[in-house]
Design a binder for this molecule. Structure first.
Ligand SMILES: Nc1nc2c(ncn2[C@@H]2O[C@H](COP(=O)(O)OP(=O)(O)OP(=O)(O)O)[C@@H](O)[C@H]2O)c(=O)[nH]1
Ligand SMILES: [Mg+2]
Length: 489
């Protein structure tokens, strides 16, 4: 069904290329068309030092993006799968893109800007052979300095068709939890300058989650509670689908764990627990531990930089309890415990499974924008009518729009009904069992029975004169979804 949508978007783009041929903007359309066949583009945005580049590396499974320092952290950088290792600079004065020299320093790619400074570069494009990047192009963005600069609106401009470019199909919005006041975080989401919020293609990540419990072993559990609380907040729901806690540094390290690190942790874990415990209370103590503790101070410092105190403690606990016996096992366990596994599932169910719809949507928005900019061009009215027709006729679009309306608080109804609408429209995943809230092992017959039951319930609700008009509109979309599930089963 969704493959058809991409085809419809493709033929619309071809028509648009004809209508706008000769205009300087027309070349953009060919690029938009290429995007339809390419991977989904996900931008990673958020405040400065929120852990964006670290999380990007964790998602790629390789240390590519520079973290902490360097001029390149201030430039938007694209990481995409390619046949060769290549870095291209796009100057912002409109001059031709150039290949740049680069070296890998401590893993991360350090790009040589030559005689240019960072503010003269519009973006860096890194092409890197990587299986993780095959289905997902990741865009690392520079951090926004302070909340007053409108961190949310800057982040969401990556999705805003009113902007000059709308490079991303979806966004991961990273926020660090600030102990003193939860308010800071919520204020960011109260940023009313975000135009056309569309929560369906945005996910929030509660980043650096290991720091929440000051390195304690239950840090991730605290982070999960906080994320759930935020996830229920109306201000956040207006902008994002879900809030996922992730300890990005630990995830990055887990994905790139070395044998030396495993052995070093093993050595620490074999040391008497009571002797070591006092040194695990703070980062300073751990680095300065007495000479009789295993490893040199430099080696301990290096472990700390890679795992964080929480990661060191967690790894030691896992090794001592014999949960992990090899570096591969430790790596898997840490990926799961860092929250990266959950984030990957969320990305797969909310973004990847819907990639065609999100890409087609980006394409339609691009054509719509050109139509608005050039209303006088002959053929624009026909294009606009075609966009309307595709938007109205394609059920996946109706699902996305309805989902966004429900999450934005525009549809009124009983909380249980609204939750069911969200789930049936695919908010927690687009597979039939996910929509119907069944177990993954549910068979065809179970799915069919559940869908028929839900269908008759929703048909009654839609026909009930006491149901609010908004819910009736949403309910009609749900009915269509359920009919589709029954036909497919
Ligand atoms: N403890 C801990 N530290 C982290 C985590 N993620 C990142 N850091 C550290 O935070 C610092 C900044 O991380 P980056 O990944 O460079 O953050 P960024 O958001 O890309 O920063 P800018 O691009 O400069 O805005 C680095 O020292 C990281 O090691 C995390 O999950 N836990
Ligand atoms: Mg960065």
């Amino acid at each position: 069904m969704t493959g058809g949508l991409v085809n419809e978007a493709r033929s619309l783009l071809l028509d648009a290329e004809r209508v706008f041929s000769g205009l300087p903007d027309a070349s953009r359309l060919a690029q938009v068309r290429e995007r339809l066949d390419g991977p989904l583009r996900v931008a990673i945005a958020g405040k400065v030092k929120a852990g964006k580049s670290t999380l990007l590396n964790a998602l790629v499974g390789e240390r590519l993006a520079p973290t902490d320092t360097g001029e390149c952290t201030k430039i938007v950088t694209w990481y995409r799968d390619g046949h060769t290792y290549q870095v291209t600079l796009y100057p912002n004065d409109g001059s031709a893109p150039t290949q740049a020299r680069f070296h890998r320093d401590d893993g991360a790619i350090e790009v040589e800007l030559g005689d240019r400074t960072y503010d003269q570069i519009d973006r860096i494009d890194v092409s890197w052979p990587s299986s993780s990047l095959r289905s997902l192009t990741l865009i690392d963005t520079p951090g926004v300095g302070s909340l007053t600069e409108g961190v949310a609106s800057r982040a969401f401009k990556f999705l805003d068709p009113e902007e000059d470019e709308t490079p991303a199909d979806a966004v991961l919005y990273l926020m660090k939890h600030i102990h003193a006041s939860d308010l800071n975080l919520l204020e960011a989401f109260h940023d009313n300058s975000v135009s056309r919020p569309n929560p369906v293609n945005a996910v929030a990540v509660l980043s650096r989650a290991d720091e929440i419990g000051a390195g304690r072993l239950d840090s991730m559990a605290s982070a999960r509670n906080i994320a759930n609380r935020y996830g229920d907040d109306g201000r956040l729901r207006r902008l994002v689908q879900i809030v996922v806690p992730v300890a990005g540094l630990l995830a990055e390290t887990a994905e790139t764990l070395t044998e030396w690190e495993f052995k070093a942790l093993r050595q620490l874990a074999d040391h008497p627990t009571d002797d070591l415990e006092p040194y695990l209370l703070s980062a300073d103590r751990f680095v300065e531990a007495r000479p009789e503790t295993p490893l040199t101070s430099l080696e301990r410092e290096s472990l700390l930089g890679r795992f964080g105190l929480f990661g060191v403690r967690l790894s030691l606990a896992l090794l001592r309890r014999n949960v992990c016996e090899s570096s591969a096992e430790l790596s898997d366990e840490l990926v799961a415990r860092s929250g990266l596994g959950d984030l990957q599932t969320v990305l797969a169910t909310l973004f990847m499974d819907r990639a065609d719809v999100l890409k087609a949507r980006s394409a339609l928005l691009a054509v719509e924008k050109l139509c608005m900019e050039h209303p006088q061009v002959q053929g624009v009215a026909t294009l606009q009518a075609a966009i309307e027709q595709i938007m109205a006729g394609a059920h996946p679009f109706n699902e996305l729009t309805t989902l966004a309306a429900v999450r934005s608080g525009w549809v009124k109804g009983k909380p249980a009904d609204l939750r069911e609408v969200e789930q049936l429209l695919g908010a927690t995943g687009t597979m039939a069992w996910q929509r119907l809230g069944l177990d993954q092992t549910a068979g065809v017959e179970e799915i069919r029975i559940a869908a028929i039951e839900a269908l008759s319930r929703w048909q009654r609700k839609v026909e009930n004169p006491l149901t609010s008009l908004d819910l009736v509109t949403a309910g009609r979309v749900v009915v269509r979804t359920l009919e589709g599930l029954i036909t497919a089963s």
